[in-house]
Ligand binder design. Sequence first.
Ligand SMILES: Cc1cc2nc3c(=O)[nH]c(=O)nc-3n(C[C@H](O)[C@H](O)[C@H](O)COP(=O)(O)O)c2cc1C
Length: 222
Amino acid sequence: MSTEKAAEVDQTIRARRTEKVLADEALPPVSARGVIDELVAVAGWAPFHKPAARVHLQDGGLTSIVPWRFHLLDADGCRALRQALLARGDKSKVPRMLGAASALVQATWLPNPPRGEIDGLFEATVDNMEIVAAAGAAVQNLLLAATARGIRNYWASGGALRDPDAFGWMGIPEREILLGSLFFFPADTGDAEVSGGSHRDRRGAPAEWSRWVDLRLPAPGS
Ligand SMILES: Cc1cc2nc3c(=O)[nH]c(=O)nc-3n(C[C@H](O)[C@H](O)[C@H](O)COP(=O)(O)O)c2cc1C
């Protein structure tokens, strides 16, 4: 890769930032289907260690061995989902963001079926950790591809979008676990409020979260 290309990649990574667009009144839906398909196609080049458990390949019509799934909702869908959440009395930021979004991607990861009784959402195994990691890499790819195209984006935990109702409305199989609700916003959102990530400038310098290792090996023969 040339130095200029590397600089462009670096610039895209640095430019990615959380942008939450909050509209009190729904904005006219702006279709982003074509570009979202482009982002998804490139995001799929994330690394993954092992094929997803077979049970997931028979669920919901998606048959790839990759251990993540992306469920895509266009701008019209975002407005309809907003209405459904408002009708349920949802007063969170989610309906306000659905009122501005040009697309929502529900990114899920595919846990291995537990081998016995579990306490919690999934079994705490290295395999499951690696599945989450691979799905996270795919999500980051998606956000970087959006950033490179000037599309504002936001990775949210999801709030009500994590509920079984929301999964049902979107046809997401129950055994998938939401890794993030990814919002994409159009360039022009009028006077809608825009807010950033609260930890954006708190990450510190690389020396605060990385170190070169000084090996402390056992003495030969010990
Ligand atoms: C897995 C994950 C979940 C997140 N969920 C939320 C969320 O629910 N609400 C929120 O305000 N920000 C959420 N964020 C965004 C972070 O707040 C944001 O990434 C952080 O403040 C750093 O800002 P930056 O993305 O602009 O670098 C989430 C980020 C990740 C990776």
